[in-house]
Design a protein around this ligand. Structure first.
Ligand SMILES: [Zn+2]
Length: 122
């Protein structure tokens, strides 16, 4: 992989990091359920169900953002250490095409496949 490609990927990761951090902040700053307390006394149960569903959605979304953010942070850390692009499992370089598609990839295709197979076996 050329240095230029690596630089592009690093910039992309930095951009992702910024975007995800902002998303997380926005999500945590907005509390839609608090402002909608004053509803009609009828359909209260429905309202509560909606709020629960909303809360679950928010939690799922927050978890998804946090997961992505962790992956991006991890990848950026590897840039600092100079180990970016190496498989965490076997230490071999990861296919550049894979990294371009998924910059926060931590394993090469074959290790990932092995891991997936092992996970399924359990
Ligand atoms: Zn590997």
């Amino acid at each position: 992989m050329t240095t230029t490609n690596l630089k592009i990927i690093q910039l992309r990761l930095e951009k992702d990091h910024k975007r995800l951090t902002e998303q997380l902040e926005q999500l945590r700053a907005s509390r839609p359920t608090e402002n909608r307390r004053e509803g009609s006394p009828f359909g209260k149960r429905e309202e509560e169900a909606t709020e629960t569903a909303e809360l679950e959605n928010r939690m799922a979304l927050e978890k998804r953002i946090l997961d992505q953010l962790a992956g991006v942070k991890n990848a950026l850390k590897k840039f600092e250490k100079g180990t970016y692009g190496l498989c965490e499992s076997c230490g071999e370089p990861i296919d550049p095409a894979r990294l371009e598609a998924l910059p926060q990839a931590t394993m090469c295709m074959s290790c990932k496949a092995t891991q997936a197979k092992n996970a399924k076996g359990k």
